[in-house]
Structure formats: structure tokens, C-alpha cells
Design a protein around this ligand. Structure first.
Ligand SMILES: [Zn+2]
Length: 274
């Protein structure tokens, strides 16, 4: 169980999703309507005061083991930076039906979208895999497109997990503490495809952030939405330093592997990147 009772209220969850969208916008990780957020909620929540309109939807894949459980999901085409202005209008609340093939989608009368995000299949697969593996009662997943990190994934030598991690985690002592597993790395795969979904699930078993080459990232947390957003921010900060260093003729040294191992020893961090 990732979150202990008393559990956060629906209002609190809506606010933190709004705050995460706002912060991701500040760091230029969600231009236009890019990016999406979803949250798995493993305790009973009554959505109808906020989301009184109900309809039945088909789920991307049957998830019978999650019958009765809930998800908050961003609407397709919505801007994450605007969620904070009216979270209920930008999000849908899904309760999985018995059998797991369909769900009840609850929405606000002010609903601003037709369908849930087209990346819901990837989100759902990651939530499902993590709930199965860890029995967590809470799980947040965010897709964003941080500029510098995504740019680095266009440069051939960064298209390697080990190289990418050694270069972006070397710029601040916090980075290895916050991202001890480093970032997962996937080659470019078609957005929304089953290949991207399967590879993402696999990579997020051993990482908390995965880079989708030439596209963006997906991050997860079983603690909070903000924690998932923070992980994107840390990764993007490391990538920003790396980018600055590239354009400054690689004059920066970065922390040495020895420095980073000393940080890990002092903070009790297990890692095998440096
Ligand atoms: Zn995207």
C-alpha cells in the first residue's frame, strides 16, 4: 500500500493534478495540448458531486482485476496548463465495471473534451502492471515533452541508456538521489501504438521515468502526482545542463563518478550507473 488512510479527498487530487500541469508548463514540457496525466485510486471515491454525468465507455484492454477501482484522466486535446483553472472540466473520472471490459466515465457539466486522452492505453497498462507488481493503492502517471531531454534524444550518442544517464545525472548531487535507477530509454515508437505501450510498461518496471526517443517522457509515482512531475523536472534539469555544456564547447566538468559515488554512500543510495 503506497498511501495510508486518511486518504486524500477528490478535491485534493484535482488540485494537485492542476498544480502538476501548471509546473510542467512552467518548465516548458507541455507545449500546446501535449502531455497527459492519469491517477489510479485504489480506495472508494464517490465522484458524482464533481462529475455528475455518467456514460459507459469501452476500456482499451480488459482489466477485470481492477473492477470497482477508479482513475482520474485528462481529456483529449486539453491543455495541462489550464487544468488548474477548472480541474473537473478537463478531467474524466472512470470507475471500472465488473468484468473490466467497460467503465463508467463520470464528467462535469462543464466538460471540455470529447474523449479521454489517446494515451490512456499506455497509462492504463502502466498502472495495471504496477498495481499487480506492488499492490499499490495509488499510482500517478504523467506524459510530458521536456525540451532539452527530448532534444538530446535526437543526438545519436544519447540514444543509449547508459550514456544518457551518465551524462545527464552528473550535473547536480541531487540528481542521483532523486533518480537512483536513472532514466529508461526507448527508441522512437509510434505514439499510441501497442509497441510503445508494451515497451513503456517494461521499462517502468525498473525506472520511474522513461525517455521516449524523439518524443518525450513518461514518469510514474506511487506517492503523489507532484512526485511524478518532480521526477520529470529533475531529469529535464540534468538534460538542460547537458545541453548548455554542449553549446558551451563542453567546458563543464560535471561531478565525477567518484563524487557521485560519495554522494550515494552518504545518502544510502543504491545505484549502478556510476
Ligand atoms: Zn506526446
Amino acid at each position: 500500500m503506497a498511501i495510508e488512510a486518511p486518504f486524500p479527498e477528490l478535491d485534493e487530487l484535482l488540485l494537485v493534478i492542476g498544480a502538476a500541469g501548471h509546473r510542467l508548463s512552467e518548465i516548458e514540457a507541455i507545449e500546446g495540448a501535449a502531455g497527459n496525466i492519469s491517477v489510479y485510486i485504489g480506495w472508494p471515491v464517490e465522484p458524482r458531486r464533481k462529475f455528475p454525468i455518467a456514460e459507459t465507455i469501452d476500456l482499451p484492454d480488459p482489466i477485470p482485476e481492477l473492477a470497482g477501482k477508479s482513475f482520474l484522466v485528462t481529456g483529449s486535446g486539453r491543455r495541462l496548463r489550464e487544468i488548474i483553472q477548472d480541474p473537473a472540466a478537463n478531467l474524466g473520472f472512470v470507475i471500472v465495471d465488473e468484468g473490466g471490459r467497460t467503465g463508467h466515465l463520470y464528467t462535469s457539466p462543464r466538460r471540455l473534451f470529447l474523449r479521454l486522452t489517446s494515451e490512456f492505453n499506455s497509462h492504463l497498462a502502466v498502472h495495471r502492471d504496477q498495481v499487480h507488481a506492488t499492490n499499490t493503492n495509488f499510482h500517478a502517471v504523467i506524459h510530458a515533452q521536456p525540451l532539452h531531454l527530448t532534444y538530446l534524444s535526437h543526438i545519436p550518442r544519447y540514444q543509449n541508456e547508459q550514456y544518457l544517464n551518465r551524462h545527464i545525472l552528473r550535473w547536480q548531487p541531487e540528481l542521483i538521489v532523486q533518480l537512483p535507477e536513472g532514466l529508461g530509454y526507448l527508441p522512437f515508437l509510434l505514439p499510441g501504438s501497442s509497441q510503445l505501450m508494451a515497451a513503456t510498461v517494461e521499462s517502468l518496471r525498473t525506472h520511474r521515468v522513461v525517455v521516449w526517443s524523439k518524443h518525450g517522457v513518461m514518469a510514474r509515482s506511487d506517492q503523489s502526482v507532484k512526485r511524478a512531475a518532480d521526477r520529470i523536472e529533475y531529469a529535464e534539469t540534468g538534460a538542460h545542463y547537458e545541453y548548455l555544456n554542449l553549446v558551451n564547447h563542453e567546458q563543464g566538468e560535471g561531478l565525477t563518478a567518484e563524487d557521485i559515488r560519495a554522494v550515494c554512500q552518504a545518502f544510502g543510495i543504491q545505484q549502478d550507473i556510476f
